[in-house]
Design a protein around this ligand. Structure first.
Ligand SMILES: [Zn+2]
Length: 177
């Protein structure tokens, strides 16, 4: 489920993107319980060309090496080399304040499938690495994002969290703190 203040709009980065329709403060959880389909590499190999192309465009690779495809608008979440959100545990969280109308981004360097070639980046930020490819766990990019997401989740109970009303999620957040 996506944060209620997120809408889908045309993006200047690529195709469609997810945008804030109101200011969203730093340390806000943007996504819980995503609706996904998970494909093993052998399941992917057996798919038709058409479906392979869709997965190549939208799917990411999880820690087990499977391809994960969001079946809803979450798949339009665009990449930036200087993102305003990142992952920790099962949560996507803002790592800085987001203004009304701003596009939500995360860094595909953490999740880009290892076996796919690098893609040209059009994020347009001063930090742009020009190519989007899987970054190693020890790279400065991944380490920085991990630290930012960790700092954000530590303060998660200090801001309004429209998505968090379930005890199981509160427990999961506390475990990450
Ligand atoms: Zn870039």
């Amino acid at each position: 489920m996506l944060h209620p203040d997120i809408i889908l709009k045309k993006s200047s980065i690529s195709g469609k993107g997810l945008f804030a329709k109101k200011n969203i403060p730093k340390e806000t959880i943007l996504l819980i319980s995503p609706k996904v389909r998970v494909y093993t590499i052998s399941q992917y190999t057996a798919l038709s060309k058409k479906y392979k192309a869709i997965l190549k465009k939208y799917a990411y690779e999880d820690d087990e090496g499977n391809l994960v495809y969001h079946i809803d608008n979450v798949k339009y979440w665009n990449h930036s080399c200087n993102p305003n959100a990142s992952y920790i545990g099962d949560f996507e969280i803002t790592i800085r304040d987001i203004k009304t109308g701003e596009e939500l981004t995360y860094d595909y360097g953490i999740i880009h499938p290892r076996w796919l070639p690098a893609m040209k980046c059009h994020c347009g930020t001063a930090e742009c690495r020009k190519l989007i490819k899987r970054e190693s766990q020890n790279s400065p990019v991944v380490r920085r994002l991990h630290l930012l997401a960790k700092a954000a989740i530590k303060n998660a109970f200090k801001v309004k969290q429209p998505l968090i009303c379930d005890k199981a999620f509160i427990r999961a957040i506390k475990e990450l703190q």
